[in-house]
Write a protein that binds this ligand. Structure first.
Ligand SMILES: [Zn+2]
Length: 263
């Protein structure tokens, strides 16, 4: 299957018109659209280890969730990290497809996978922003829990440390948004969520939510979207079973909490 055919298959799954207007994704690097693909690496971020893996296994294509090129790149040279990566891809004739916000909101997309993994049944129509469907939704948790129990459940399920901002009340209705969803805490509260799960939560956003009576769990941006590599791999296996696919699981990049008071 050619790069252009794989691009078309993904465009059908994640239609371009559902992408946020500020976003930039699709076929971001491509030396030859007609190149035959026998192997693909799928990932969340196009990091140097991902590119090394792609070279190592002889893959012709990377499919990522986060776009490598987001800010305008004014020169392709060694002076920037993005420039270094584009050069490396071109030197090895590797193409890059990225599917970002249009994958977040797909019927079988990152938000629906995130909700399913956590045991949250999303309520049809309970979207956090009807104009921006990639922002996730609100649904019902498989069982009523305390904020601490929910935090433990999220930590175990996603295999990551989480930060709990507890409102102290039982949780049954849960809002969620994979990636960075702090701006949707307000809408989730208005939709009756007892708790909200996302990454990249800031102090003021969490404080306002808890004062409004909603628990917030910050599970980290990376952990909330780590399902992307497996999701893309499954889709490719479905439409092109002959292609070898290597889902890449990055080392966790959450930083470390150093708390001197604990020593
Ligand atoms: Zn993200």
């Amino acid at each position: 299957m050619k790069i252009s055919e794989i691009e078309a298959r993904f465009d059908a799954l994640y239609p371009l018109e559902r992408r946020a207007e500020w976003d930039n994704d699709g076929l971001l690097v491509c030396p030859d659209r007609d190149r035959a693909v026998t192997a693909v690496v799928t990932c969340l971020d196009v990091t140097f280890p991902v590119i090394e893996k792609t070279i190592e296994v002889g893959a012709q294509l990377i499919v990522s969730h986060h776009p490598l090129l987001f800010e305008p790149l004014k020169a392709v040279n060694e002076d920037t990290i993005a420039g270094q990566k584009v050069l490396l891809l071109l030197q090895h004739e590797i193409s890059l497809l990225s599917f970002h916000t249009r994958c977040d909101c797909a019927e079988r997309g990152l938000n629906s996978e995130f909700a399913a993994a956590l045991g949250v049944r999303l309520t049809p129509g309970a979207v956090l922003d009807p104009d921006q469907p990639y922002t996730g939704g609100v649904g019902t948790l498989f069982s009523r829990m305390t904020p601490e129990e929910l935090a433990r459940h999220v930590s175990e399920t996603l295999d990551t440390p989480v930060r709990l901002y507890s409102a102290g009340t039982g949780v049954e209705t849960v809002g969620l948004c994979c990636g960075s969803g702090k701006e949707f805490l307000g809408p989730a509260l208005r939709l009756g969520a007892d708790a909200f799960i996302t990454g990249d939560v800031t102090y003021h956003a969490a404080q306002a939510a808890v004062e409004g009576g909603m628990t917030v769990i910050d599970c980290g941006h990376q952990a909330s979207e780590a399902l992307a590599a497996a999701l893309f791999a499954e889709e490719i296996a479905r439409f092109a079973p002959d292609i070898r696919v290597f889902p890449f699981r990055e080392e966790s990049f959450d930083g470390e909490i150093v708390d001197a008071r604990r020593f």
